[in-house]
Design a protein. Structure first.
Length: 56
């Protein structure tokens, strides 16, 4: 498995509480919930996964 990047993140306490409740509702950790939300946003923006340039 690829090494995961650790990154400190500061969040508004009300936002954290909302994400914490949402994560609990979906049986995830807060960290997993944030990662899932970021991945969905990146996919929606067509930025994830990164495009791989084909060598010709």
């Amino acid at each position: 498995m690829a090494k995961r990047k650790a990154y400190p993140l500061r969040l508004d306490p009300q936002l954290y509480a909302a994400i914490e409740k949402w994560a609990d509702d979906e049986l995830r950790s807060v960290n997993a919930q944030i990662e899932m939300l970021l991945k969905e946003a990146a996919k929606k923006a067509k930025r994830y996964p990164p495009k791989v340039k084909k060598e010709t």
